[in-house]
Write a protein that binds this ligand. Structure first.
Ligand code: PMP
Length: 360
C-alpha cells in the first residue's frame, strides 16, 4: 500500500488512524456482529454512536446548551435554501459576497425573499475580505450571511463582520474544527463535513434554539425544517449513519490531539511553511491579500498556464495529488486541512523548490 499526499479541497484527506479504525471495525462494530453500514438508525448501538458524536463535537467547540446540533443529510447546497426558508422571518437577509459559495447562497436566498448584497470582493477576483466594520446592514434583516472560509479563493474572515445586532449565519465548511470558535457570536453556522471532518453527504448545523421556529416559510419541505430535525434528535428520517460514525471517530481523534487550540497551532505552523516559501519564491506566488489568507486552502500560481500545468503533472507523478486550482480560477491550490500532516506540506515545498530550480 502506498498513500499519496492528497491536497484535495474536498472530499479530502482523513486521519490515517481513523481510516484504520473504521477498516478494523468494518465487519463487526464493537461486538454487534455487523458493520455500522448495516445497522438500524433506531438501534441502541447507533443511538450511542450518534449521542457520543454530538457530545464530542459539543466539547470540541464548547457549544453552549442553548444551541442545537443537527446532523443533516445533503451538502452545503441544501443549506443555501434551508437557511432562508427557516430564518427569513421578515423576508429579508443581507449577504456578504466573498466567493462562489457565498454567491450561490445569495442567489438561492433571492428565491425566498429579499436578499441584499451588502459587500463584495468580486472586483478583485475575491482575493480579499472586504472591510465589514460598518456595512449598510438592513434595518429589518433577519440575518447577515457569510462564507467564513472561501475554499476556492483561499481567503478567511479573521474578524467577523459587525452585523449591527443582526444574527450572523456562517458557512464554515472549509474551516470547520480547524480552530476554536466563539459560538455565541453566531445565530447559526453550518458546514459540509467532507473537508475537515468526514465523508461527503452530510452537514452539521449549529443553531441557537430561539431561531428554530415552527412558523417557517410555508414552502419549506418538512425534512428541511430545522424544527423537524431538532425535535427528532436528527433522526426524523434515516440519517447518513456511516458518515456520523466516521465523523465521531474524527472528533475523538481531534480530542486526542489536544483539541482545537492545538489544531490551530498545528494549522498555523503548516500554513506558514507554504506561505513563507511562496513569499520568497521567484517562480510561485500566492494570490490572496496577506492579512486574509486561509490556513486551509492555499491558492498559488506561476503566472504561466503551461508551467502551472507542468507543475501539477509532475507533482502528481511525485505523489502530491489534487493540486490543480478550482476550474473557475486555474493555477494551483493546496488544501491543507487538519488531517494533512506537516510532512505533507514539507514534501510539497521541497518539490516546489526543486521544480523552481529545474525550470528557472
Ligand atoms: N460551501 C463551501 C465553503 C464549500 O467549499 C463547498 C464545497 N466545496 C460548498 C459550500 C458546497 O458544498 P456541497 O457540495 O456539500 O453542497
Amino acid at each position: 500500500m502506498s498513500r499519496v499526499y492528497n491536497f484535495s479541497a474536498g472530499p479530502a484527506v482523513l486521519p490515517e488512524e481513523v481510516l484504520k479504525e473504521v477498516a478494523a471495525e468494518m465487519l463487526d462494530y464493537n461486538g454487534s456482529g455487523m458493520s455500522v453500514m448495516e445497522m438500524s438508525h433506531r438501534s441502541k448501538v447507533f443511538e450511542e454512536i450518534l449521542n457520543t458524536a454530538e457530545q464530542d463535537f459539543r466539547d470540541l467547540l464548547k457549544i453552549p446548551d442553548n444551541y442545537k446540533v443537527l446532523f443533516l443529510s445533503g451538502g452545503a447546497h441544501h443549506q443555501f435554501a434551508a437557511v432562508p426558508m427557516n430564518l427569513m422571518k421578515n423576508g429579508v437577509a443581507d449577504y456578504i459576497i466573498t466567493g462562489q459559495w457565498a454567491k450561490k447562497a445569495f442567489a438561492e436566498a433571492q428565491k425566498y425573499g429579499t436578499a441584499n448584497k451588502i459587500a463584495s470582493s468580486e472586483d478583485q477576483t475575491f482575493s480579499y475580505i472586504p472591510d465589514c466594520s460598518d456595512l449598510p446592514v438592513s434595518e429589518n434583516a433577519d440575518y447577515v450571511y457569510i462564507c467564513e472560509n472561501n475554499t476556492i479563493y483561499g481567503t478567511k474572515f479573521k474578524t467577523l463582520p459587525n452585523t449591527k445586532g443582526k444574527e450572523l449565519v456562517a458557512d464554515v465548511s472549509s474551516c470547520f474544527l480547524s480552530e476554536p470558535m466563539d459560538v455565541t457570536k453566531y445565530g447559526m453556522f453550518y458546514g459540509g463535513v467532507q473537508k475537515n471532518i468526514g465523508p461527503a453527504g452530510m452537514v452539521i448545523a449549529v443553531i441557537r434554539e430561539d431561531l428554530i421556529r415552527d412558523d417557517v416559510m410555508p414552502c419549506t419541505p418538512t425534512i428541511m425544517k430545522y424544527k423537524t430535525q431538532a425535535d427528532a434528535n436528527s433522526l426524523y428520517n434515516t440519517p447518513n449513519c456511516y458518515c456520523i460514525y466516521v465523523c465521531g471517530k474524527v472528533f475523538k481523534w481531534l480530542k486526542n490531539m489536544g483539541g482545537l487550540e492545538v489544531m490551530k497551532q498545528r494549522n498555523e505552523e503548516k500554513a506558514a511553511i507554504l506561505y513563507d516559501y511562496l513569499d520568497n519564491s521567484k517562480m510561485f506566488r500566492g494570490t490572496v491579500r496577506k492579512e486574509d489568507r486561509s490556513l486551509m486552502n492555499v491558492p498559488f500560481v506561476t503566472g504561466d498556464k503551461d508551467l502551472d500545468a507542468k507543475f501539477v503533472k509532475e507533482a502528481t507523478a511525485a505523489g502530491l495529488v489534487n493540486l490543480k486550482g478550482h476550474r473557475t480560477v486555474g493555477g494551483m491550490r493546496a488544501s491543507i486541512y487538519n488531517a494533512m500532516p506537516k510532512e505533507g506540506v514539507e514534501a510539497l515545498v521541497a518539490f516546489m523548490k526543486k521544480f523552481e530550480e529545474e525550470n528557472a
